[in-house]
Design a protein around this ligand. Structure first.
Ligand code: CA
Length: 220
Protein backbone atom coordinates (compact mmCIF):
# COMPACT_ATOMS: atom_id res chain seq x y z
CA UNK A 1 0.00 0.00 0.00
CA UNK A 2 0.96 3.60 -0.34
CA UNK A 3 1.02 4.90 3.21
CA UNK A 4 1.33 8.41 4.57
CA UNK A 5 2.87 8.38 8.02
CA UNK A 6 2.09 11.59 9.90
CA UNK A 7 4.24 11.51 13.02
CA UNK A 8 6.48 14.11 14.62
CA UNK A 9 8.35 11.64 16.82
CA UNK A 10 11.35 10.76 14.65
CA UNK A 11 12.16 7.57 16.50
CA UNK A 12 8.67 6.15 16.07
CA UNK A 13 8.56 7.36 12.46
CA UNK A 14 11.85 5.76 11.45
CA UNK A 15 10.93 2.47 13.14
CA UNK A 16 7.58 2.36 11.38
CA UNK A 17 9.07 3.29 8.03
CA UNK A 18 11.51 0.43 8.33
CA UNK A 19 8.91 -2.13 9.42
CA UNK A 20 6.34 -1.11 6.79
CA UNK A 21 9.00 -0.86 4.08
CA UNK A 22 10.06 -4.45 4.78
CA UNK A 23 6.47 -5.48 4.09
CA UNK A 24 6.75 -3.75 0.70
CA UNK A 25 4.58 -0.81 1.60
CA UNK A 26 5.62 2.53 0.18
CA UNK A 27 5.77 5.02 3.01
CA UNK A 28 5.92 8.79 2.83
CA UNK A 29 6.64 10.49 6.11
CA UNK A 30 5.53 13.89 7.25
CA UNK A 31 6.39 15.31 10.69
CA UNK A 32 4.23 18.41 10.26
CA UNK A 33 0.45 18.70 10.10
CA UNK A 34 0.39 21.42 7.44
CA UNK A 35 2.77 19.54 5.20
CA UNK A 36 0.73 16.33 5.66
CA UNK A 37 -2.38 18.24 4.65
CA UNK A 38 -0.70 19.45 1.47
CA UNK A 39 0.41 15.90 0.61
CA UNK A 40 -3.11 14.58 1.15
CA UNK A 41 -4.50 17.33 -1.07
CA UNK A 42 -2.18 16.48 -3.95
CA UNK A 43 -1.52 12.73 -3.78
CA UNK A 44 -3.54 9.57 -3.38
CA UNK A 45 -2.74 7.29 -0.45
CA UNK A 46 -4.22 3.95 0.59
CA UNK A 47 -3.66 4.47 4.29
CA UNK A 48 -2.82 7.34 6.63
CA UNK A 49 -1.23 6.55 9.99
CA UNK A 50 -2.06 9.69 11.87
CA UNK A 51 -0.65 11.09 15.09
CA UNK A 52 -2.88 13.67 16.79
CA UNK A 53 -0.48 16.04 18.55
CA UNK A 54 1.44 17.58 15.66
CA UNK A 55 3.18 20.84 14.84
CA UNK A 56 1.36 22.90 12.21
CA UNK A 57 -2.01 21.23 12.36
CA UNK A 58 -3.74 18.86 14.78
CA UNK A 59 -4.47 15.32 13.58
CA UNK A 60 -8.21 15.72 14.26
CA UNK A 61 -8.26 18.75 11.94
CA UNK A 62 -6.50 16.78 9.21
CA UNK A 63 -8.95 13.89 9.57
CA UNK A 64 -11.98 16.19 9.59
CA UNK A 65 -10.73 17.97 6.48
CA UNK A 66 -10.15 14.65 4.68
CA UNK A 67 -13.64 13.34 5.32
CA UNK A 68 -15.26 16.71 4.54
CA UNK A 69 -13.51 16.57 1.20
CA UNK A 70 -15.03 13.13 0.59
CA UNK A 71 -11.80 11.14 0.85
CA UNK A 72 -12.29 7.44 1.56
CA UNK A 73 -8.63 6.78 2.42
CA UNK A 74 -8.16 4.44 5.40
CA UNK A 75 -7.04 6.27 8.54
CA UNK A 76 -5.44 4.68 11.58
CA UNK A 77 -4.96 7.11 14.45
CA UNK A 78 -1.83 6.46 16.49
CA UNK A 79 -1.83 8.71 19.52
CA UNK A 80 -0.74 9.05 23.12
CA UNK A 81 -4.19 10.50 23.85
CA UNK A 82 -5.82 7.47 25.40
CA UNK A 83 -9.02 8.95 26.81
CA UNK A 84 -12.37 7.52 25.74
CA UNK A 85 -13.43 10.99 24.55
CA UNK A 86 -10.54 11.22 22.10
CA UNK A 87 -11.08 7.69 20.82
CA UNK A 88 -14.78 8.35 20.26
CA UNK A 89 -14.05 11.69 18.62
CA UNK A 90 -11.51 10.09 16.28
CA UNK A 91 -13.86 7.31 15.23
CA UNK A 92 -16.76 9.75 14.85
CA UNK A 93 -14.65 11.96 12.62
CA UNK A 94 -14.14 8.96 10.35
CA UNK A 95 -11.01 7.13 11.52
CA UNK A 96 -11.03 3.41 10.70
CA UNK A 97 -9.03 2.45 13.76
CA UNK A 98 -7.41 3.98 16.84
CA UNK A 99 -4.30 2.68 18.55
CA UNK A 100 -2.76 4.32 21.60
CA UNK A 101 0.93 4.88 22.36
CA UNK A 102 2.95 3.17 23.62
CA UNK A 103 1.99 0.54 21.09
CA UNK A 104 3.19 -2.91 20.13
CA UNK A 105 4.63 -3.04 16.61
CA UNK A 106 3.12 -6.46 15.87
CA UNK A 107 -0.30 -5.21 16.85
CA UNK A 108 0.03 -2.14 14.66
CA UNK A 109 1.11 -4.28 11.69
CA UNK A 110 -1.85 -6.62 12.29
CA UNK A 111 -4.23 -3.68 12.25
CA UNK A 112 -2.62 -2.41 9.04
CA UNK A 113 -3.26 -5.85 7.52
CA UNK A 114 -6.93 -5.67 8.53
CA UNK A 115 -7.28 -2.30 6.84
CA UNK A 116 -5.47 -3.57 3.77
CA UNK A 117 -7.78 -6.61 3.50
CA UNK A 118 -10.81 -4.40 3.92
CA UNK A 119 -9.56 -2.10 1.23
CA UNK A 120 -8.64 -4.89 -1.16
CA UNK A 121 -11.99 -6.64 -0.83
CA UNK A 122 -13.82 -3.43 -1.67
CA UNK A 123 -11.48 -1.87 -4.19
CA UNK A 124 -10.75 -2.55 -7.80
CA UNK A 125 -7.43 -4.36 -7.88
CA UNK A 126 -6.50 -3.35 -11.37
CA UNK A 127 -4.94 0.00 -12.14
CA UNK A 128 -5.37 0.90 -15.79
CA UNK A 129 -3.95 3.66 -17.89
CA UNK A 130 -4.11 3.44 -21.67
CA UNK A 131 -2.54 0.19 -22.83
CA UNK A 132 -1.11 -0.52 -19.38
CA UNK A 133 -2.84 -2.56 -16.68
CA UNK A 134 -1.33 -3.32 -13.29
CA UNK A 135 -2.86 -5.95 -11.04
CA UNK A 136 -2.06 -4.68 -7.56
CA UNK A 137 -2.77 -8.02 -5.88
CA UNK A 138 -0.83 -10.27 -8.19
CA UNK A 139 1.85 -7.58 -8.82
CA UNK A 140 1.66 -8.28 -12.53
CA UNK A 141 1.50 -5.97 -15.52
CA UNK A 142 0.16 -6.23 -19.03
CA UNK A 143 0.82 -4.02 -22.05
CA UNK A 144 -1.76 -4.36 -24.83
CA UNK A 145 -3.10 -7.35 -22.87
CA UNK A 146 0.29 -9.08 -23.12
CA UNK A 147 1.99 -9.95 -19.83
CA UNK A 148 5.33 -8.27 -19.13
CA UNK A 149 7.75 -9.82 -16.64
CA UNK A 150 9.16 -7.22 -14.26
CA UNK A 151 11.38 -7.59 -11.21
CA UNK A 152 10.04 -6.07 -8.01
CA UNK A 153 11.74 -2.64 -8.17
CA UNK A 154 10.73 -2.08 -11.77
CA UNK A 155 7.18 -3.06 -10.93
CA UNK A 156 7.13 -0.65 -7.97
CA UNK A 157 8.52 2.13 -10.12
CA UNK A 158 5.92 1.56 -12.80
CA UNK A 159 3.17 1.49 -10.18
CA UNK A 160 4.40 4.81 -8.80
CA UNK A 161 4.10 6.45 -12.22
CA UNK A 162 0.74 4.88 -13.07
CA UNK A 163 -0.76 5.88 -9.73
CA UNK A 164 0.27 9.50 -10.22
CA UNK A 165 0.32 9.95 -13.99
CA UNK A 166 0.61 13.74 -13.92
CA UNK A 167 3.34 13.97 -11.35
CA UNK A 168 7.01 14.60 -12.08
CA UNK A 169 9.28 12.68 -9.72
CA UNK A 170 12.85 13.62 -8.89
CA UNK A 171 15.37 10.80 -8.63
CA UNK A 172 15.55 11.20 -4.86
CA UNK A 173 11.75 10.99 -4.51
CA UNK A 174 11.80 7.79 -6.54
CA UNK A 175 14.62 6.42 -4.42
CA UNK A 176 12.64 7.13 -1.25
CA UNK A 177 9.59 5.41 -2.70
CA UNK A 178 11.49 2.36 -3.91
CA UNK A 179 14.14 1.87 -1.32
CA UNK A 180 13.05 3.74 1.79
CA UNK A 181 15.57 5.72 3.75
CA UNK A 182 17.58 2.90 5.22
CA UNK A 183 19.09 1.33 2.12
CA UNK A 184 21.87 2.88 0.12
CA UNK A 185 21.45 2.80 -3.65
CA UNK A 186 23.77 3.11 -6.61
CA UNK A 187 23.57 6.66 -7.89
CA UNK A 188 22.31 5.58 -11.31
CA UNK A 189 19.94 2.84 -10.08
CA UNK A 190 16.80 4.77 -10.99
CA UNK A 191 18.05 5.55 -14.50
CA UNK A 192 18.80 1.87 -15.00
CA UNK A 193 15.27 0.87 -13.90
CA UNK A 194 13.79 3.47 -16.24
CA UNK A 195 15.96 2.20 -19.09
CA UNK A 196 14.78 -1.38 -18.48
CA UNK A 197 11.12 -0.40 -18.29
CA UNK A 198 11.34 1.50 -21.59
CA UNK A 199 13.08 -1.43 -23.22
CA UNK A 200 10.60 -4.02 -21.96
CA UNK A 201 7.42 -2.03 -22.59
CA UNK A 202 7.82 0.94 -24.93
CA UNK A 203 10.42 3.71 -25.37
CA UNK A 204 7.72 6.34 -24.70
CA UNK A 205 6.62 4.78 -21.40
CA UNK A 206 8.53 7.21 -19.21
CA UNK A 207 9.28 10.80 -20.12
CA UNK A 208 12.51 12.44 -18.99
CA UNK A 209 12.00 15.94 -17.63
CA UNK A 210 15.42 17.48 -18.11
CA UNK A 211 17.12 18.66 -14.96
CA UNK A 212 14.25 17.40 -12.78
CA UNK A 213 13.44 13.73 -13.17
CA UNK A 214 10.76 11.57 -14.75
CA UNK A 215 7.04 11.24 -15.26
CA UNK A 216 4.72 8.78 -16.98
CA UNK A 217 4.90 9.21 -20.75
CA UNK A 218 2.65 8.20 -23.63
CA UNK A 219 0.70 5.05 -22.82
CA UNK A 220 -2.55 5.59 -24.71
CA1 CA B 1 3.04 13.88 18.35
Amino acid sequence: MKILLVEDDELIASGLQLALGRLRHRVEWSADGQQAQRLLDTEDFDLVILDLGLPGKDGFDILGHLRMAGSAVSVLILSARDGIKDRVKGLDLGADDYLTKPFDLDELLARVRVLERRRMSSANHVLENGRLALDLNAMTVTWDNQPVELPRREWMLLRLFVENPQRVYTRSQIEDALYGWSEGTESNAIDVHVHHLRKKITPDLIKTIRGIGYRLGEVA
